[in-house]
Design a protein around this ligand. Sequence first.
Ligand SMILES: [Zn+2]
Length: 248
Amino acid sequence: MPLHESEAIILQGYPLGEGDRLVSFLSRSMGRVRGVASGARKPKSRFGSTLERLSHVHISFFEKESRELVRIRECELIESFLAAFGDYPSGVALAIFSEVTEAVLPDREASDANFRLLLLVSQFVKRTAKPEAAIAYFTLWTVRLGGWLPPFDSCGRCGRALAAEALYLSPSASAIACAKCRLPGMRAVSIAAVAIARRMLAEKLDNLAEETVNPRATRELSDVMLDVIERQIDRKLNSRELLEPPSR
Ligand SMILES: [Zn+2]
């Protein structure tokens, strides 16, 4: 049974058996892994609160041949996000980050970019309690890293360079078109939302958050990207239901 050690972020946890916990985590070295933490639900468990959602940890686990689940040996907390869940809008954002990451990443494929993205947006929400820009940034980059986002610089049909104008996206985001070339079923993305997306692909989240970003366009971008993600994973996201309706 080889022993692995890695930096990791806890994605989800489920009760298992009498006092165990089934845990899904994103490890830096091996990607998304599922494992069992024996006795984690018993009082005075050695795991303490290290297995809470989004905990940034140092984890060690045994891999068993021919078994999908690893056995978690030890987990040491680097940073907790438990307190941030106490603020409702922040908690919804954090729930979206963990559910989406769990849903889009394949088993055991290391992805340092997804790891850094998840940590960045979680720390941002914890620090600022301003989840709106972080949700847009996270969902946009998740779609981009998934390879589902076409370049925003030209129309995919006529090839014309796109300036400051609204775009039209197919439901899975596989096709992008200008107003003239749009096809039935394509969804309009407003000029303001496109402008935010362009900036988010080019700049750091911290830069964007210091100024007042158009809240309605930020939410529009999040909604478009969440739709793309739901289309790609072929199901609805539970955490998305918790989002407040967009303000008018
Ligand atoms: Zn066109």
